[in-house]
Design a protein around this ligand. Structure first.
Ligand SMILES: O=P(O)(O)O[C@@H]1C[C@H](O)[C@@H](CO)O1
Length: 297
């Protein structure tokens, strides 16, 4: 059996993935690519076209990486793309896995720890989300300033379990999870590009899904100050902050959630993907400009 097959089989048997396991996966990937990125980007539903802007690509399908969770959702290609974007080395995840696919939160976030051990210091997270804020419109881009981990209220949190301090502390703070400097830079660049009418800043919340929310759930989210809701991102941010990364996040408002009882239209994944397609060029432009201006440490 090849070393690769041995590692794949070993990772498949792991119920509790350790620091050393993740280090093995990181080293496995680094052996396959020349690129050494300090910036990681995770693409949400229908947003994988961001990879079109990456130059000098080196691509590894998730299915080839031992222990990597493979997305089963349309709009998530499942490829790790290395290359340059805005003149910087990046690693871009074309699609993610979600807890609702049956993966434990620790598994959906394994790629973030792998990136960390590969030397990534800054993480961009993107997602498709339903607009709760009634001033928002479909197609708005929301810079995330904070989140509500509703899934965490029900015990879904990737940091639950034994804590390895080589990753980070037992009790990591989350009060400044989304980097202020990058948020300000993104807002300034978006306005300069003429995106002022559809750039927003707001609060994201995560429920596990896979069902879209009930009317009363959406009303509850509105009361607590949530602007957009989705089914991902928060676990990744928790893990990234835990290991000391700088985090920046954006939600594309792909649909407006239904807040009135007994109306006919309903949320659906097709609309989510269509909106992603429509805004993909603008998102590519914005992300590239941010990366270009970013000072990476
Ligand atoms: O991966 P993200 O959070 O962008 O995907 C959202 C949430 C569900 O996976 C899906 C619903 O349409 O889009």
């Amino acid at each position: 059996m090849s070393n690769e097959a041995v590692l794949r089989e070993y990772m498949n048997t792991r119920t509790q993935v350790t620091y050393d396991d993740i280090d093995l996966v990181a080293k496995y990937i680094l052996e396959k690519v020349k690129c050494r990125p300090k910036l990681g980007i995770i693409c949400g539903s229908g947003l994988g076209k961001l990879a079109d802007s990456v130059e000098n690509k080196e691509i590894i399908p998730y299915s080839e990486i031992p222990g990597f969770p493979v997305s089963t959702v349309p709009g998530h290609e499942g490829k790790l793309v290395f290359g340059t974007l805005g003149g910087k080395n990046v690693i871009l995840m074309q699609g993610r896995s979600h807890c609702y696919e049956g993966y434990p939160a620790q598994k959906t976030t394994l790629p973030v720890r792998v990136m960390h051990l590969m030397g990534v210091k800054t993480l961009f997270v993107t997602n498709a989300a339903g607009g709760i804020n009634r001033n928002y419109n479909i197609g708005d881009i929301m810079i995330i300033k904070d989140h509500v981990n509703l899934a965490g209220f029900a015990g879904v949190n990737p940091l639950v379990g034994p804590n390895d301090t080589r990753f980070g502390p037992r009790f990591p703070p989350m009060s400044r999870a989304y980097d202020l400097n990058i948020r300000q830079l993104a807002l300034r660049l978006a306005k300069g590009m003429g995106f002022g009418d559809f750039i927003r800043e707001g609060v994201y919340s995560m429920m596990v899904g896979p069902n879209f929310e009930t009317v009363t759930e959406c009303r509850l989210l509105q009361i607590v100050g949530v602007d957009a809701t989705g089914m991902s991102t928060v676990p990744e941010v928790l893990v990234a902050k835990h290991c000391g990364m700088t985090v920046f996040g954006m939600s594309l408002i792909t649909n407006m959630v239904i807040m009135e009882y007994d109306v006919e239209n309903t949320a659906n994944h097709e609309e989510v993907l269509e909106t992603g397609e429509r805004r993909s060029k603008d998102l590519q432009k914005l992300v590239t400009a941010i990366v270009q201006e970013l000072e990476l440490n």
